[in-house]
Design a protein around this ligand. Structure first.
Ligand code: BEZ
Length: 240
């Protein structure tokens, strides 16, 4: 039994997997995940504990950006291995007392899952015992509208996340789907995008001879094309 529990701590969902299902109590009522979020992108993220400073700075930042994510059809769901009353008390303290980097009176309106038994944390590989066996690491799962995991990022306890990067991931994943392209290093909307590498010698030759007019080929396997910022944002955002 102990061995099974130990093994569960190591289950790591992978990119492309269906998001593991669970029902949970949250600060916004019960949720049935991912079914209740069908049709939206979701960021499911964990944090080590309530009433801790890095987590507080993260929650204030995420809550302040919630509308920006909602405008990209992306909902937020948090989790820590704390109980509901601790969550409620912490979120009330954030709203009533904490001022940080110009943010104050911040209300966290997205659900925060209580997970005292670590059931959800274990399903998502959020417990990484060599980092901490009773606190979740800072995991971020990006889940697409049909319930499949598209990106996973893990951070250790000491490292606060970069929320502009999390937003960039949401936009880049949607751009890849909408325009059938890939995005190069540090891509931002408006930057050139990457098209699929040539799949035949003929295509490679055509591309190197400049026969595909809208492409800029650095070599036969590395071609980019323009994708203008407005076109991307009008397709992805509810309001531009
Ligand atoms: C924090 O959120 O401040 C924190 C939590 C666990 C370990 C270290 C820092």
């Amino acid at each position: 039994m102990e061995q099974i529990q130990e093994q569960q701590a190591f289950i790591m969902p992978r990119i492309g997997d269906p998001a593991p299902e669970f029902k949970a109590v949250t600060t916004q009522g019960e949720i049935n995940f991912p079914a209740d979020f069908k049709g939206s992108w979701v960021i499911l993220f964990s944090h080590p504990a309530d009433f801790t400073p890095v987590c507080t700075s993260e929650f204030m930042t995420f809550a302040t950006m919630e509308e920006k994510f909602a405008n990209a059809n992306c909902k937020l769901v948090g989790l820590s291995i704390d109980g509901l009353y601790s969550h409620i008390a912490w979120l009330r303290t954030i709203k009533e007392k904490i001022e940080y980097k110009g943010m104050k009176n911040v209300e966290v309106n997205f659900p925060l899952i209580e997970d005292i038994k670590m059931d959800v944390a274990k399903k998502y590989g959020m417990i990484q015992p060599n980092e901490d066996s009773t606190k979740a690491v800072r995991a971020v799962f990006f889940i697409a509208p049909k319930g499949f995991i598209r990106t996973i990022i893990y951070y250790p306890l000491s490292l606060g996340r970069n929320f502009e990067e999390l937003y960039r991931v949401v936009i880049a994943l949607q751009a890849a789907d909408e325009f059938k392209i890939a995005t190069p290093a540090d891509w931002q909307p408006g930057d050139d995008v990457i098209i699929s590498p040539a799949g035949s010698c003929g295509t490679a030759k055509n591309r190197m001879e400049g026969k595909e007019k809208d492409l800029d080929c650095k070599d036969w396997f590395f071609c980019t094309k323009k994708l203008d910022k407005d076109t991307v944002l009008k397709k992805i955002l509810k309001k531009v």
